[in-house]
Design a binder for this molecule. Structure first.
Ligand code: BJW
Ligand code: ZN
Length: 272
């Protein structure tokens, strides 16, 4: 990272009145949550659509729950890293100074919330919420295992043919309906109000930070060209180039947990 690039970025940060941040799995990598694609990514071991899809749910809901139960188990012991904390501090400081700040995340792990993020748009739902397929109610559920049948089930094997879990062993709502993870799978629509909140945050922003995302999944990735078209400066923080690197005015290469505190905390006080 050259000093010039950092200084130019920080001067843009100082002048900004409206900031949006789009985060992906990479921001949580240093907390111990695996990313989806790339080295150590989840999708290297499981086909992207084999478990996080409506088709997989239709085929074998127990296998899908085994996958999410395993991820909940892993995420339970994970804490926000310095990158999550730096973003939460920037939000607090920027708001105090009268700026508009929107954090848009594709992550479902809850680590931004744990770090103190306030104005957060969770585009792909939450690992810690379940939705009833009968009455539609969404409830917080932090239980690990998700039901006693999933205790010690570990990492699922999509190659396994035999169904391991019966319908009765899946989580159920008080109305009797089966509950599914409250997350957005491929081919499913994102919540309109979340899309509207994200679009409002990006619309007219001076600066968009794109942190730890491969930017290949839509509509989330579309917020980057949208911000660019509206004249925002774009800064990327990632360990490697993404699908939107060519649109970026600033590219900071490295781990979010290392780069974000040094980049954001050194910026002089904002004065919108
Ligand atoms: C670090 C780091 C460190 C590592 N520091 N960095 C337009 C064009 C083409 C296709 C489409 C389109 N519009 C829609 C589509 C289809 C589809 C899609 O986008 N497909 C593409 C893959 C081609 N989109 C959808 O289906 C969406 N739905 C939709 O559009 O519905 C339309 C509709 C309307 C009306 C009715 C019905 C339908 C839904 C997308 C849902 C995505 N869901 C998932 C799973 C969520 C639940 C779960 O977690 O299980 O979301 S898939 C997965 O990908 C997850 C993530 O949020 C998402 C993005 O991944 P992310 O965060 O970018 O992670 P990685 O692993 O890809 O990247 C990690 C990055 O971190 C890398 O760059 C590393 O280098 C970096 N990194 N360590 C900083 N320490
Ligand atoms: Zn119900």
């Amino acid at each position: 990272m050259s000093a010039t690039s950092r200084e130019r970025f920080q001067s843009s940060l100082r002048r900004a009145r409206k900031i949006a941040v789009l985060t992906g799995a990479g921001v949580s990598a240093e907390s111990g949550i695996p990313t989806f694609r790339g080295a150590g990514g989840l999708w290297r071991r499981y086909q992207a659509t084999s478990l996080a899809s409506p088709e997989a749910w239709q085929r074998d809901p127990g296998l899908v729950w085994e996958f999410y139960n395993h991820r909940r188990e892993r995420a339970l012991g994970c804490r926000p890293n310095p990158g999550h904390h730096a973003l939460a501090r920037l939000e607090a400081r920027f708001r105090e100074a009268g700026g508009v700040f929107t954090l848009i995340t594709q992550n479902i792990d809850g680590l931004h919330e744990q770090a103190g993020a306030r104005d957060l748009v969770r585009l792909h739902g939450s690992l810690w919420q379940v939705r009833c397929l009968s009455c539609g109610s969404v409830t917080e559920n932090r239980g690990v295992p998700i039901t006693p049948a999933f205790a010690g089930s570990g990492s699922p094997d999509p190659e396994t043919r035999a169904r391991r879990f019966t319908a009765a062993e899946l989580p159920h709502c008080s109305c009797g309906g089966v509950q599914r993870p409250h997350v957005v799978w491929f081919g499913e629509a994102l919540k309109e109000s979340d899309l509207a909140a994200a679009a409002a945050g990006v619309d007219g922003c001076d600066l968009l930070l794109v942190v730890g995302t491969s930017a290949v999944v839509y509509p989330a990735a579309g917020f980057v060209p949208l911000a660019k078209r509206h004249g925002a400066l774009i800064a990327e923080i990632n360990v490697e180039p993404s699908a939107v690197t060519s649109l970026c005015d600033f590219v900071f290469t490295g781990g979010a947990g290392e780069i974000l505190p040094s980049l954001l905390d050194l910026a002089p006080a904002l004065a919108p």
